[in-house]
Design a protein around this ligand. Structure first.
Ligand code: HEC
Length: 290
C-alpha cells in the first residue's frame, strides 16, 4: 500500500518536473546567459535594463578608472551614467539604495551619491561587460566583475568606500535607512552624538554590513553574524581582530577564504579601531532573537 502510493507520487513528481520545472530551468538559464538584466525598484517604480540594450544606448561611454577597487589597478569600461538610469525615480524620504549582487552582497548607498553628475564630486557609472570582450577575472576569484559593476570617476572618487563599488550587480532597490530598518544595529541611544561608537556604527554599515549581519540584522549572509552566538571581541585579541580586518590572510588562510580585508587607503588603523570599538560596544547589546 505504502509502496504503491510512493510510486504514484514519484510518477507525479516526474511528470511535474518535466512539464514545469525542466522548461523553467531551460528558459531561465537561457535568459541569464543570453542577456543578463539589471533590476531597479525604487519608490514603487520598477525598471529593467538588459546588457545589450545598455551597450546600445547613446550615452554609453568609454570610462577610465585610474584606481579600480575590485581589480586593484587602472581599468577601462563601456559604461552608462547611473544617474541616467535612475532619472525620474523618487525614493521616499529616509531611504537608501540597496545594491544587491549575484552572491548576496548588499551595499547601502545614498541615492544622491548615485545620481550626482557633477565631476567635481564623485560620479557613479554602470560598467557593462560586453560579450565579445569579457573582463579579466577578479584577483583571487574565478569570475569577472561583470555583467554589471558600479564604478566611480570624478574629483572625489577616492572618497567612495571600497564596499561602495558593488560588482556582479543584480538589483538596486530603495529601503529604509539601515538603523531604521534594523534597530538591532543601533548603539545605546544614551550615547552622545559625538561618541566614537556612532562613527564605528556608520563605518560598520558601509564596510561590513554588505557581507555580515549583526544581531541578525542585515541583508547579506556572505559572511557570519558578528554578534551571534559570540562577538569576535570575545574570542579574539584586539590586535588579532585588527590584523584580521586589515588582512584576514595574515591571521589564517584556506583556499575558499572570501574576505579580502582593507588596504590602509581603504580604511585607516583609526577607522578599524572605531569598528572594533563598535563591535565591543555591541557585545553588551547582543539580541539573541530578531
Ligand atoms: C565582501 C564580503 C565581506 C566584507 C565586506 C567583510 N567581510 Fe568579514 N568575512 C567575510 C566572510 C565570507 C568571512 C568568513 C571567512 C572567509 O571566507 O573569509 C568573514 C569573516 C570575518 C571574521 C572572522 C569571524 C570568525 O570567527 O572567523 C571577522 C571578525 C570579520 N569577518 C569581520 C569583518 C569586519 C569587521 C568587516 C568590516 C570592516 C568585514 N568583516 C567585512 C566577508 C566579508
Amino acid at each position: 500500500m505504502s509502496v504503491s502510493r510512493r510510486k504514484t507520487r514519484r510518477k507525479k513528481w516526474v511528470g511535474l518536473f518535466s512539464a514545469i520545472v525542466l522548461p523553467c530551468l531551460f528558459l531561465s538559464s537561457r535568459v541569464v546567459s543570453a542577456d543578463p538584466v539589471l533590476d531597479i525598484a525604487i519608490g514603487g517604480q520598477t525598471r529593467q535594463f538588459g546588457r545589450d540594450e545598455l551597450l546600445r544606448r547613446p550615452d554609453v561611454a568609454q570610462v577610465v578608472v585610474p584606481s579600480d577597487v575590485a581589480y586593484g589597478r587602472a581599468m577601462s569600461y563601456r559604461a552608462v551614467p547611473l544617474a541616467a538610469l535612475l532619472v525620474g525615480l523618487n525614493p521616499p524620504a529616509d531611504t537608501v539604495i540597496e545594491a544587491i549582487a549575484l552572491d548576496g552582497f548588499a551595499a547601502q548607498l545614498p541615492f544622491d551619491l548615485l545620481t550626482n553628475t557633477d565631476p567635481a564630486k564623485a560620479v557613479a557609472w554602470l560598467a557593462v561587460e560586453p560579450v565579445d570582450t569579457p573582463w579579466p577575472r577578479l584577483p583571487s576569484k574565478t569570475f569577472s566583475a561583470g555583467p554589471f559593476y558600479v564604478v566611480w570617476t570624478g574629483l572625489s572618487a577616492a572618497t567612495i568606500r571600497s564596499e561602495q563599488w558593488p560588482y556582479q550587480l543584480k538589483r538596486l532597490e530603495s529601503q529604509p535607512s539601515p538603523v531604521a530598518r534594523w534597530p538591532a544595529l543601533d548603539v545605546d541611544p544614551a550615547l552622545p552624538a559625538t561618541d566614537p561608537n556612532r562613527a564605528g556604527l556608520a563605518l560598520f554599515v558601509t564596510q561590513c554590513l554588505p557581507c555580515h549581519t549583526l544581531n541578525g540584522a542585515g541583508a547579506s549572509a556572505v559572511g557570519p553574524d558578528l554578534n551571534r552566538p559570540m562577538n569576535p571581541t570575545q574570542y579574539m585579541t584586539r590586535d588579532g581582530l585588527h590584523a584580521l580586518i586589515r588582512n584576514p590572510k595574515s591571521v589564517r588562510t584556506w583556499p575558499a577564504q572570501q574576505m579580502d580585508g582593507f588596504t590602509p587607503d581603504q580604511m585607516s588603523d583609526r577607522e578599524i579601531d572605531l569598528i572594533i570599538g563598535y563591535l565591543t560596544h555591541m557585545a553588551a547589546r547582543r539580541k539573541d532573537n530578531p
